[in-house]
Design a protein around this ligand. Sequence first.
Ligand code: NAD
Ligand SMILES: O=C(O)C(=O)C[C@@H](O)[C@H](O)[C@H](O)COP(=O)(O)O
Ligand code: ZN
Length: 364
Amino acid sequence: MNITTPNETIQVTLGERSYPVWIGRGLLDDHARWRAALRGRHALVISNRTVAPLYLDRIAQGLDGLRWSPFLLDDGEAHKSFANVGLALEALATLGATRDACVIALGGGVVGDLAGFTAACWMRGIDFIQMPTTLLSMVDSSVGGKTGVNLPAGKNLVGAFHQPRAVVADIGTLDSLPAREYRAGMAEVIKGAAIGDEAFFAWLEQHAAALAAREETALVQAIATKVRYKAGVVARDETEQGERALLNLGHTFGHALETAGHYTTLLHGEGVAVGMLLAARLSERLSMSTPSDTQRLQRLLNATGLPTTVPSGYDPEQLLALMRLDKKNTAGTLRLILWRGIGRAEIVSGVDEADVLAVLREAV
Ligand SMILES: NC(=O)c1ccc[n+]([C@@H]2O[C@H](COP(=O)([O-])OP(=O)(O)OC[C@H]3O[C@@H](n4cnc5c(N)ncnc54)[C@H](O)[C@@H]3O)[C@@H](O)[C@H]2O)c1
Ligand SMILES: O=C(O)C(=O)C[C@@H](O)[C@H](O)[C@H](O)COP(=O)(O)O
Ligand SMILES: [Zn+2]
C-alpha cells in the first residue's frame, strides 16, 4: 500500500474545535492518522452507491475493532434530503451509537453535507470526519462546518454549523472522478481567488492547462491555496456574521439555477460558475466593476471548461423568486455578494430587484 505523509496540512483554527485538513495521495490508507480522531466504539460511514464500491473497503480496514456500519445514499443532489437524514439517524440508532460515536463522510459534498448534519443532530451533536472524494468537496464543502440538506423550496434551507474533527483529502480518489465533476470543483477554486486573492487568480490563469491535465503539483497547490484561504475566513467568522458571506459569491444566482433545474441540469459548481458571471455583470451594471474584470473571469471559467451561460428554459421571474429565499437576505431586501474586480468581493444589501431582473433577462 502506498501511504504517504500529506503534501500539505492546513489547520482550521477554532480553539478547542480546531482541526487539520490533510491533503495528499494515499491518505485513506493511513489508518493510524485518521483513526486517532475517533473517540468511541461506534462509527457510521455515510457514502453513496457510486463512491462506496470504489473506496469503502479501504476505510473498513481502518475500523477494525469498532462497531460500525455503512449507510449508502443513492447518487445525486436530489438525495441531499431531510428524509435521508432521518434514515441515517435511524441507522445510528440501530448501531446503538452513543455520544462518543463518529460519523464518517466518504464522498463528495452531497454526502459530506448530509453526514455532517446527521452528526450535528444525533444526540445533539457527535463527532464527524470528512473524507472528501471530489475536487469540490476537498477545496470547499469538507472545510468550515456548514452542514445541511435541501428542501423542495430551495438549497441548503435546513442545516447547522458543525465542524468536523479532521478532513482527510486523499487526492488519489480524484483519479476516478469524472471530468465534468472535476471541472465543477474548479469553480469553487476560482471563486476563492475571485473573492479575495488576485495573485492566486493570476496563478490560476497561468496554470489552467496544467490543472485541466490534473498535473499533481499544480493540483495540490491549487487545493491547498483554496483551503488555506477558506480556513482563514472560517477562523475569523465561523457562523457567517460578516466576512464569511463572501464565500457565497455566485451562489444566490447559482442556487436559484440549481433549484429551478430540479438539481438535474447544472451541477453545484456549474451553477456557481454561471452565478459568478451573473454577479459580475450585476456589479458592472451597478458601476462597481469594469467590463474587463468580467471578461477576465469569463475567460478563466471558459478555459477551465465551465459553463458561463444560463441553459435554455429558465424563467427570470422564477429565478428572482428563488433568490428571495436566500439565507443572506434580510426582510424585504436582497443581499448579494458583488465585487469591485478580481479579488475584491463585497456584501451589498438592498440590491434593487429591477437590476437583478435586468441581468437575468439578458442572460436567458
Ligand atoms: N458545506 C459547504 O460549505 C459546501 C460548499 C460547497 C458545496 N457544498 C455542497 O456540495 C454539494 C456538491 O458537492 P460535489 O460537487 O462533491 O457533488 P457530489 O457529492 O454530488 O459528487 C459529485 C459526483 O461525483 C461522484 N463521485 C464522488 N467522488 C467520486 C470519485 N472519487 N470517483 C468517482 N465518482 C465520484 C458522486 O457520486 C457524484 O455523482 C452540493 O450539495 C453543494 O451545495 C457545500
Ligand atoms: O462555506 C461557506 O460559507 C460557503 O458559502 C461555501 C459555499 O461554496 C457552499 O456552497 C455553501 O454550502 C453555501 O452556503 P449557503 O449558506 O449559501 O447554503
Ligand atoms: Zn458552493
